[in-house]
Design a binder for this molecule. Structure first.
Ligand SMILES: [Zn+2]
Length: 427
């Protein structure tokens, strides 16, 4: 299994200069290659591949002596990355590659020959750079990416193969549904509510002050640079706080559960609402989902997304009756059909969990038919708690395996199925 560990580097001033040179060279080569590709396409209508640029490197080194100061494999890697970037564009996975700027984050990649010791990394052409290796790095090192952020901190992201196979995933165990929101960052089907830390709000005064100071500085002055670093420092603090919160919460959820169901949010679409855009942007749902996903996959757990059009809030999780409209300010509501009072968010989370389990059991091949023959009208199916109330999980997933049949001619969302359903009250 491939793993990445990002460690902090502490290069000496001399090493910093060497790194700076390498960042610059690689950036120059990327921009040169991209420009050449654009020009060739305009003139001939044909594209160049990353390999075509790679072949030019020896010639370029003769023209520009300073290119030889950088480790050759880093330069080759730039060409390959450029090729991948274009491929991703043509296969509609990404936008067209952009020119790299000398401001902002800088990085270079070493495809091999970096050695990791206890307290330092040995990097070709740069030497031994002291580092804090806070995790064990066992196995074959693949790629090492060195980077520098806006506040002059250096990092190395070490990609390595630990040689262990990826654990096979199973849906046997506790399941959880998570409803993401703004007032509460996350509400789980277990009834836990996690507050939105609102980190940006906490630091907004400080950020505003530093940005004002920056705006008053003269262009090109030394004080401008100093002020710029101060702004970067506040941004860094905000990012670190947010990451810390997201890592801790996602770790806890993955540790406690086997199946994790989340709503597939259209963050880009929601950002169009400019009143909420800032709050949505800073809350970090996307990063949270990514963390849940990779943490779950590493441990053989299942991460499942549910379509965002699934009416999770409007459906009663007990009798699966849907209400017509539910304004956003209604936090509690009572189902007309079964008279259960719901907390809006917890009900949504439970619905998400059940829907996720339904999707998973539909996909899962090891489901065996039950004596009831999957008949949705059989007694077992109707609302009786098939397993201890309050427990979730997929204990009764075999009850109605043939979902597609019972589903015919009806909306998916309104189909009644007992998979993981908590039936506290019989209708
Ligand atoms: Zn109901």
């Amino acid at each position: 299994m491939l793993k990445v560990v990002k460690v902090r580097l502490y290069p000496t001033p001399q090493q910093q200069q060497l790194l700076e040179q390498s960042f610059g060279n690689c950036r120059w080569l990327w921009n040169y290659g991209l420009n050449l590709m654009n020009q060739t396409y305009k003139q001939t209508g044909k594209g160049l591949s990353g390999y075509d640029i790679k072949k030019l490197i020896p010639q370029l080194k003769k023209e520009h002596q300073w290119l030889t100061l950088t480790y050759s494999q880093c330069l080759q890697q730039v060409c390959l990355n450029l090729g991948v970037a274009l491929k991703n564009f043509f296969e509609k996975r990404a936008k067209y590659p952009r020119f790299k700027s000398k401001h902002g984050k800088q990085s270079i990649q070493y495809p091999q020959n970096v050695k990791v010791a206890e307290k330092h990394l040995t990097i070709p052409k740069i030497g031994e750079v002291s580092a804090i290796i806070h995790r064990e790095i066992e196995g074959k090192i693949k790629t090492v990416t060195l980077s520098k952020n806006c506040s002059n901190q250096y990092f190395a992201a070490i990609l390595f193969d630990d040689g262990k196979p990826q654990p096979s995933s199973s849906i046997e165990g506790k399941a959880i549904g998570i409803d993401l929101g703004l007032t509460h960052f996350a509400v789980t089907s277990d009834g836990d509510k996690f507050d939105n830390p609102r980190i940006l709000k906490k630091y907004s005064c400080n950020l505003k002050l530093k940005q004002q100071q920056l705006s008053r500085k003269q262009k090109g002055s030394n004080n401008l640079n100093k002020a710029r670093k101060k702004v970067a420092r506040v941004h860094r603090k905000i990012t670190n706080c947010r990451k810390d919160f997201l890592h801790k919460l996602s770790r806890r959820i993955v540790n406690e559960n086997q199946v994790i169901v989340v709503e597939n949010l259209n963050v880009k679409g929601m950002m169009r609402n400019h009143c909420l855009a800032k709050s949505i942007h800073q809350v970090g749902w996307g990063m949270f989902c990514t963390m849940l996903k990779y943490k779950a996959e590493r441990e053989g757990k299942v991460y499942q997304e549910v379509e965002r059009f699934f009416p999770s809030s409007k459906t009663c999780h007990v009798c699966r009756q849907q209400v017509g409209s539910l304004p956003l300010d209604v936090r509690n509501w009572t189902c007309e059909h079964c008279q259960t009072t719901h907390d809006r968010d917890i009900n949504a989370a439970i619905n998400l969990r059940d829907q996720g389990l339904r999707i998973l059991t539909r996909q899962s091949p090891q489901v065996e038919p039950l004596p009831c023959g999957g008949n949705p009208r059989c007694g077992k199916w109707r609302g009786k708690p098939a397993h201890g109330a309050g427990s979730s999980g997929t204990g009764d997933k075999a009850c109605c395996p043939d979902v597609s049949r019972s589903n015919r001619g009806r909306k998916k969302s309104t189909t009644t199925l007992s998979v993981g359903q908590e039936a506290h009250t019989d209708p």
